[in-house]
Design a protein. Sequence first.
Length: 312
Amino acid sequence: MDAIQRLGIGLAALGRPAYINLGRAGELPPRRSVELMRATTWDVLDTAYAAGIRWVDVARSYGKAEEFLGGWLETRDPDDVTVSSKWGYTYVGDWKIDAPVHEVKEHSLDRYRAQYRETRELLDGHLSVYQVHSLTEDSPLFQDIRLQEALAELSAEGIRVGFSTSGPRQADTIRRAMALDVSGQRLFSTVQSTWNILETSAEDALREAHDSGLRVLLKEVLANGRLVIRPPVAVQTLASKSGMQPDALALAAALSRPWADIVLIGAVSPAQLESNLAAAKMCLDERELLVPAGLSISPERYWAERSALPWT
């Protein structure tokens, strides 16, 4: 599979007026109305599709991302796009940039059933993968047999069941989730985790997941814009030597991981996406050199710094 086919578009930063990505504000319309954000989302999706990208990732908590994507799919009517979405967080920001709280998490059977109905209505038969959003090692899902059984029923509808992870203990969560089974069948078939050249702690667990048959999706490969707006000196130096911008270099590093099936891009404009796509033009032997020893930081530090990013 070539590099473009391994890229996907994530709409976390496009479906709502505020998000934590650095370098986002200047790429968006000054007035982030629903109509303008919908038009911007469609422009990015059009650009991605024209480039050959065929995976789009959304979530119930991404504001109106599912609605925007559903409208685009209905209008453009492509027959080769894979859609993954997530449940477990509810968007409560009321389309306000300065909302005191933007999303609320709940991993319960009632929340799953309600959000799955909403997702199905908005995506109208296009859903391929439904994921538990930001599963952690202490999630109540691990003890909730009824919730596990309800999720397992999705396979009868042709929908793959997955989970995403966040936090400094991603590796532990991945391994615990891989061991879950319902009636002798493994529950999860996909995993979406944060991996970038600063936060590599989940790498071994993700490789194990890939080797055992799970499809691995990587998110936040630009560290929510930190690797673009304020990259470490080592990244700037390596990018300069490679003749690349830091964003393309960071994405190329993710693509160099053979166990990464899909690498998600969070671009919020066609121009930003075009810059990101330079990563797909590097040959494999060059990309294998892109994670210099000692560049990664502790997961505790990484996630503390991420938690401090403002919603803007």
